[in-house]
Design a binder for this molecule. Structure first.
Ligand SMILES: [Zn+2]
Length: 355
């Protein structure tokens, strides 16, 4: 299986920005390790300032694609009404080297979401410089999450996940954190009718090196938004729409102050993400391992993602097997219907050619 949409290099993104029917105000806020420019777009002159950044993990492109839809919307009449009172600073690809190579890490193999204290990387420095000079009232840290997450124990994938990051190890609810929780509580309520039981809450273990934890500890409400999975949409086109909807709802709420009437306990009630999904389960399969032969098993597989030319290739690899697998799966197949010989040699982590 191949996805063209999931791979979003700076080159591809640049073409999309240049293809817009209007000009986006653009500045260069720094350069990556491999000297690619890092762009930011400053839209609106309102007094409420919102900073958003995406693709700090280079292989997490869904939220960046949603930003393109946001740019187009903001250029409409409705969009300009929404912008009245707001000023947005948007960094679509904080990690352009990772985006070029479809890697989470930057070119020095550093996770930019663990570098906000050390500031050892030029990309982290660029973000913090913008944070200091723009002085936002709210921040959005936009990410993409793997297919393995379920929204609690309701048997549904976490198509969107949110986090109001902690600001200390005892997870004190500071005023900034409280506001992020209120905003997420509103988002959860408004999005439930579009993705019922498919919204999860991310683990809030404090990590001072994470950007969201750091910015919240400086008193700025910061929301982590994770673009997750839905059914067999490995292109994440549906999720992209949900991210776009979430951003519109959030910006409206920030502008109107609607979210301030929500209780942070409504945030706490959002079910936590659980690592309960695999990509594929094949039933009725005979499995050979070094220690024996097992008939009529259930085999769980995950997809490995690999950049091939300008696309992402998803190849299944062995995760685990048993006579009754204890995972949810985005797809279930019966070996007797799809394989010529329904026996495989199981090596954990090894990709298999089953189709
Ligand atoms: Zn990420």
């Amino acid at each position: 299986m191949i996805s063209k949409n999931r791979f979003l290099s700076p080159k591809k993104w640049d073409l999309q920005i240049k293809g817009l029917s209007f000009r986006l105000p653009t500045t260069i806020i720094g350069h990556s390790v491999l000297n690619l420019p890092i762009y930011a777009h400053h839209i609106g002159k309102g007094s409420i300032k919102v900073l958003l950044w995406s693709q700090m993990h280079g292989n997490e492109s869904t939220t960046t694609r949603a930003l393109l839809d946001l740019f187009i919307y903001l250029n409409t009449l409705d969009g300009s009404k929404l912008m009245d009172g707001l000023s947005l600073m948007i960094i679509p690809q904080l990690n352009p080297d990772g985006a070029s190579n479809y890697t989470r890490l930057n070119a020095n193999e550093v996770d930019l979401n663990r570098d906000v204290i050390d500031l050892s990387q030029p990309e982290s420095m660029a973000l913090v410089k913008v944070f200091n000079s723009f002085s936002p009232d709210y921040c959005f840290n936009l990410h993409g999450q793997r297919t393995i997450f379920a929204a609690g124990k309701m048997g549904k994938p976490a198509t969107l996940s949110f986090l109001s990051p902690a600001t200390d190890s005892s997870k004190t609810i500071t005023s900034a954190r409280n506001q992020a929780m209120q905003l997420i509580a509103l988002l959860n309520e408004k999005l439930q009718n579009q993705i019922p039981n498919q919204i999860g809450r991310y683990d809030d273990t404090y990590n001072p090196n994470c950007v969201g934890d750091h910015f919240t500890s400086l008193g700025i409400p910061t929301l982590l938004i994770e673009a997750g999975h839905n059914n067999l949409d490995y292109d994440r086109n549906f999720t992209k729409k949900m991210i776009f909807n979430a951003l519109l709802i959030a910006l409206n709420a920030i502008k109107n102050g609607d979210f301030l009437r929500y209780s942070p306990s409504a945030y706490q009630q959002i079910p936590e993400n659980e690592k309960d999904y695999v990509d594929l389960i094949i039933k009725n399969i005979d499995i050979r391992t070094e220690s024996g032969f097992f008939k009529n098993q259930e085999l769980a597989l995950l997809y490995k993602e690999e950049k091939i030319d300008e696309s992402v290739l998803f190849s299944p690899f062995c995760h685990s097997f048993s006579n009754k697998i204890n995972f949810l799966s985005h797809k279930v197949l019966d070996a007797r219907e799809i394989l010529k010989t329904y026996e495989i040699k199981f090596v954990r982590g090894k990709t298999i050619d089953i189709f």
